[in-house]
Ligand binder design. Structure first.
Ligand SMILES: Nc1ncnc2c1ncn2[C@@H]1O[C@H](COP(=O)(O)OP(=O)(O)OP(=O)(O)O)[C@@H](O)[C@H]1O
Length: 278
């Protein structure tokens, strides 16, 4: 299969501070992948460099076998920023935020046509929040805001969407719903790369994971990559990994693993575990 996106020896930073060097990986059509690493390890910087918001210091990004001009992004790449970085005081409705994705395609700022509005409604419906179309974006919940930005990223019918911490401001139920929605989009052929701190959601929902800390540590299916050794190198501390059948639970120490288990396992299963298994 021809690669969709190839990142080759990429390096980037701010002023004189290097954030990451020599990052190389390949994503294929329909691939659903997670980018995991600790806070400040450079995940957002990497995503912004890939979508052309930051100019790489060195290295290349290739799309469908063609090298991209540094600092540019192909129209078929969608990007969902971290919701915490958005200015919610801006007086626009959810529908208008989605339509802004159309302006990027058209390169001018036209009055929205009936067709633009219909497309925005269709996408809001696809991400399950058509009912908030006319509400100001600043008045929506964190989970709804993320879906609005996902709808905006889908406007150009992208082949790949990069999402920065899409689950950070939502509760567990909303996070799982969003990951299910992304998995559905993945089944329809969309490639997805999401950055997240939530290792347990990655282990449950994502078939491929890239461990990152100022550079690529390792990549592969969670069952191979989520080991105490590789996660310890990624998060630079003791990591505990608990496996039961297909389930993997990860935490940054034995005590927090117990809390994770209480939060994630059905009570009957949790009570049945011998205390020495962690
Ligand atoms: N615009 C900027 N100018 C200077 N330094 C920056 C800028 N943006 C981020 N940094 C620094 O780059 C480093 C990596 O930040 P980045 O946001 O990429 O990490 P991250 O892994 O996405 O973190 P988090 O998971 O907390 O979002 C941090 O030290 C951060 O302070």
């Amino acid at each position: 299969m021809q690669p969709l996106l190839e990142v080759k020896h990429l390096a980037c930073g701010y002023q004189s501070q290097t954030i990451f060097t020599d990052v190389s990986f390949t994503l294929y059509p329909g691939q659903f992948s997670g980018l995991v690493g600790p806070s400040g390890s450079g995940k957002s910087t990497l995503l912004k460099t890939i979508v052309g918001l930051l100019r790489p210091w060195s290295g290349e990004v290739w799309y469908r076998g063609r090298r991209l001009k540094p600092g540019t992004s192909p129209i078929k790449v969608g990007y969902v920023p971290q919701v915490e970085t958005v200015d919610w005081g801006f007086p626009v409705t959810a529908e208008e935020v989605v339509m802004m994705g159309r302006y990027r395609q058209q390169k001018i700022w036209p009055w929205p046509s009936a067709c633009d509005r219909a497309k925005a409604r269709e996408l809001l419906s696809r991400v399950g929040i058509e009912h908030v179309a006319r509400q100001p974006i600043g008045e929506l919940s964190g989970g709804q805001q993320q879906r609005v930005f996902l709808a905006r990223a889908l406007v150009g019918d992208p082949e790949i969407v990069l999402l920065d911490e899409p689950t950070s401001s939502s509760d567990l139920h909303v996070q799982h719903e969003l990951l299910h929605l992304l998995a559905e989009l993945g089944q329809q052929g969309l490639a997805i790369l999401i950055s997240t701190h939530d290792l347990n959601s990655v282990a449950t929902h994502l078939p491929w994971v890239i461990c990152f800390n100022h550079g690529l540590i390792c990549q592969g299916p969670p069952k191979d990559v989520f080991t105490p050794e590789s996660l310890g190198r990624t998060f630079r501390g003791e990591m505990v990994v608990f496996r039961q059948n297909d389930r993997i639970l990860v935490a940054s120490g034995a005590t927090s693993l117990l809390h994770e288990m209480q939060a994630n396992l059905p009570p009957a299963l949790y009570k049945s575990l011998p205390s020495k298994s962690v």
